[in-house]
Design a protein. Sequence first.
Length: 279
Amino acid sequence: MGEAPRLLDAAGQEHRPFRGEARIVSLVPSLTELACALGLAGSLVGRTGFCIHPRDTVRSIPKVGGTKDVDLARVMALAPTHLLVNVDENEKPAVDALRPHVGSVVVTHPIEVEDNIGLYRLFGGIFGCEGRAGELEARLRTVLAAARAQAHAPLRVLYLIWSNPWMTVGPETYIARMLAEVGLHAVAPESPARYPQVDLDGFGAERFDAVLLSTEPYRFTEEHCRALRADPRLAGRPVCLIDGEMTSWYGSRAIDGLDYLRAFRRELDLARAAEGLPT
């Protein structure tokens, strides 16, 4: 038999299979959901207030603040063996302050959709749930192949995540990579920021074919869509509401997310065709 693969997280830290009674604190909604999908709900002893899925399961798990404003004392009091964090979603100083009080800090940073496979394998190897991790991997590979089998005409989209100021997603983000799987190419001003601000006066409508308003982190609604459709700066470009959980949550959510995006792209093409626009 060959050697078992090394369990390296996004920070390059190697982890060992844990065979004791795990006490997991997750500071990331996607990772809380993934842990539950892997059968680890009984090992979760703490989560953020934004960790809301699966709803019935997480209700009984104590909260430790938010992703950006973690209650450090509360986390320490839970005596976790493992802390699940993400480069984009958690503040490094808070994570560093917790390191001496946690057995292992597992750092994640998926960018490509395929990075979820490594995430499944990492958690499966650490927590001894390789079987369930393999099932998730197989399901993700199936929906990813289905998405890529469709010949989508490329559409440029301005994907807005915040208002006042307007903010969008850069090309080197997980959201942009998810959108690209169905031919939606996120456009953004040139900026070193991963989530740059957008000036709609200077970033003209000739740069995009449609505007997508995400339901998170800002709670865009259909009312916002109606208001933007009347904005002359958008030159009549379609404005659509899109489920931010389906595009930005990774882990097990990527499977449903890809199915959602395939259906979303079909609806967007129909709407554009009804307006006489190319699809």
